[in-house]
Write a protein that binds this ligand. Structure first.
Ligand SMILES: [Zn+2]
Length: 113
């Protein structure tokens, strides 16, 4: 696998965190550690969320316009397929709200899709 940029690693860490909050918060079961690229710590996710997370990793790692990318939110191509895009919006909004309630503002930045 090619080396990831620091921005890719940062984005992957954020989406992994949001997806984990979503997964636990929705009482999903059967979580298993999912390995992430770029020396990131594995994330504990249920099978469904793991499938989504792998998709998100794949999209982010293979971003075709990495060099010009401001952030996924402002991307001009939005590489996600409609179903995954809808899901990531729900995950980011739901987990974002939950993190605000818990005072985890450090995760929020400007990362909403
Ligand atoms: Zn889950």
């Amino acid at each position: 696998m090619k080396t990831l940029t620091s921005r890719q690693i940062k984005d992957l860490r954020i989406i992994a965190r949001f997806t984990q909050v979503w997964c636990v918060g929705h009482d999903h079961t059967g979580q298993q550690p999912l390995q992430l690229p770029g020396n990131l710590k594995p994330v504990e996710l249920c099978p469904n969320c793991s499938t989504f997370m792998k998709y998100a990793v794949d999209r982010r790692v293979h971003c075709p316009i990495e060099a010009e990318k401001p952030s996924c939110k402002h991307c001009r191509i939005h590489c996600y397929a409609p179903a995954e895009r809808e899901l990531v919006k729900r995950i980011m909004a739901w987990s974002g709200r939950r993190m605000i309630l818990r005072g985890r503002l450090d995760y929020l930045w400007h990362y909403f899709f």
